[in-house]
Write a protein that binds this ligand. Structure first.
Ligand code: NAD
Ligand SMILES: O=P(O)(O)OC[C@H]1O[C@H](O[C@H]2[C@H](O)[C@@H](O)[C@@H](O)O[C@@H]2CO)[C@H](O)[C@@H](O)[C@@H]1O
Ligand code: MN
Length: 444
């Protein structure tokens, strides 16, 4: 390995994930040696609370690393090797609308699936394009590793509007599910598993899972476990898992029953059981409210404590799975390792019976030139039907953005598996048009 050190900017510096991420970056300098770490956000006040605490964290845990936070794009994107995309356009206020408006009409209200996910995707497109353009202007050799949602829609927008951009769009949900599979199999980490996975973002299936070292086929044992418990592990493993996530992992048991030849991504429940999701939701207290009550309060409270005490000693964040994964991906790009991870990319034959221009989530080899997809063979008939419908919705959202078209957005909502009929689709869309006015193009 060379002795090169890297400069990283986190776009969306005010994210609730930033402090945990900064700790992981400081702790993983063997994987990604740093010379500079910057935060960038458009909300100066929110970022300051996180940034002041991160300055102390970096000073204590990685004293040689230069740290700053800014709202100035030139300062943020000049002299960087990696841009990490962690933005939420419209923040939790708009996530709450994404969740609550559909529920008002008896439709699944979720961050990245159904009408909420499509509304969020439409908000994200111009912001991600702007960040790509800043990166290309100020640091043309940098790579952007983006995990800002709605990833499927953002990836389709990148394919159409910035096809040559050095961006990889990723998601850590399959890694989280595989961490659970590893624990169920008595292994340490998802890295102890080999796998074949295919689908769309938050919409996929494992065809195989094996023990990487021994080659043992783990699918029979994992299926037996999943049939009863979903991906819920319990005990120490799940001691910090919030209630809604516990329910999510348990519900995988029912998803598995729909196709016992594969193991599903936990997000399939929103498409297989939309009615169940609505019946079990509280339209006045959604996941956003849970985050405001727990994660956001804890993160900002802990940051305030660090700033007040002037030290991060005894802080509550450890190096976390999701941030370690992003660091692994930067490492693979920086050192051209060709390690296998998942990315959202144009299909181009990776799933042999699916359109070339569809964005799919498949295993890829990550290296200095970005990602090389691996062929995963055919999608099953059941999967193919579901994927075709969902990918069409995602493309229609990008059509709506490109053509400023109301009818395309309406079609996207009406086609979606989570929406029962076109009248309901229209009611949801019309309410969403009002609250999204500052963020969406003017749909005609
Ligand atoms: N892909 C994955 O697997 C994965 C996992 C976890 C979170 N996420 C995504 O990470 C993002 C951050 O999540 P969070 O819950 O921490 O959000 P958050 O609301 O806590 O933080 C997001 C930050 O982005 C900032 N922001 C909004 N628009 C911006 C813009 N145009 N430029 C710069 N900054 C901007 C906001 O001001 C805010 O500080 C979301 O998109 C979320 O969906 C993805
Ligand atoms: O409701 P949230 O904000 O807690 O989570 C929404 C995100 O959920 C997934 O990310 C998980 C991740 O899989 C898990 O490992 C851990 O790090 O928490 C993350 C966030 O809670 C999903 O992949 C993301 O796309 C969602 O934004
Ligand atoms: Mn995700």
């Amino acid at each position: 390995m060379s002795d090169k050190k890297f400069s990283v900017v986190i776009a969306g510096g005010g994210s609730t994930f930033t402090p945990g991420f900064v700790i992981s970056l400081c702790a993983n300098q063997d994987k990604l040696p740093l010379r500079k770490l910057k935060l960038y956000d458009i909300d100066a006040e929110r970022q300051k609370k996180i940034g002041d605490a991160c300055a102390i964290i970096v000073k204590e845990k990685a004293p040689g690393v230069e740290f700053e936070y800014t709202t100035d794009p030139e300062e943020a994107f000049t002299d960087v090797d990696f841009v990490l995309g962690s933005i939420r356009v419209g923040k939790y206020e708009m996530r709450s609308q994404d969740e609550k408006i559909p529920l008002k009409y008896g439709v699944n209200g979720q961050e990245t699936t159904g009408p909420g996910g499509m509304a969020y995707g439409l908000r994200s497109i111009p912001a991600i394009i702007e960040i790509i353009d800043f990166m290309e202007k100020y640091s043309p050799n940098a790579w952007m590793v983006n995990y800002s949602n709605t990833i499927a829609i953002v990836s389709e927008a990148c394919r159409r509007f910035r096809p040559h951009a050095k961006i990889v769009n990723i998601c850590d949900m399959p890694i989280d599910d595989m961490g659970r599979m590893a624990a169920i199999a008595g292994l340490k980490s998802f890295k102890d598993l080999d796998f074949t996975y295919y689908g769309l973002n938050h919409f996929g299936w494992w065809k195989s899972v094996t023990n990487k070292k021994t080659g043992e086929d783990l699918m029979p044992m994992l299926k037996e476990y999943t049939k009863k418990n979903g991906y819920y592990v319990g005990g120490d493993f799940d001691k910090d898992t919030e209630a809604s996530w516990v329910a999510t992992f348990k519900k995988v048991a029912d998803c598995y029953a729909l196709d016992p030849t594969t193991l599903p991504n936990n997000y399939m429940q929103y498409y297989y059981f939309p009615q169940y999701e609505v019946e079990n939701a509280n339209p006045h207290y959604t996941r956003t409210d849970e985050i405001l009550e727990y994660r956001q309060k804890i993160v900002f409270g802990e940051c305030a404590r660090i700033v007040k005490e002037g030290t991060a000693k005894g802080n509550l964040w450890e190096s976390a799975v999701h941030s370690n994964y992003i660091i692994d991906i930067c490492h693979a790009i920086a050192f051209n390792t060709h390690e296998k991870y998942l990315a959202n990319i144009p299909n181009n034959g990776a799933i042999s019976n699916f359109p070339d221009d569809a964005i799919v989530e498949v295993p890829c080899l990550f290296g200095a030139d970005g990602v090389q997809p691996l062929c995963v063979g055919e999608a099953g008939r059941f999967q193919l039907g579901l994927m075709m419908e969902q990918v069409t919705c995602e493309k229609l959202v990008v059509d709506a953005y490109e053509q400023k078209s109301y009818i395309k957005m309406l079609q996207a909502f009406a086609l979606n598996k989570t929406v029962p009929d076109a009248t309901v689709a229209k009611k949801i869309l019309d309410d969403m048009m009002v609250v999204n006015k500052p963020y969406w193009p003017d749909l005609k």
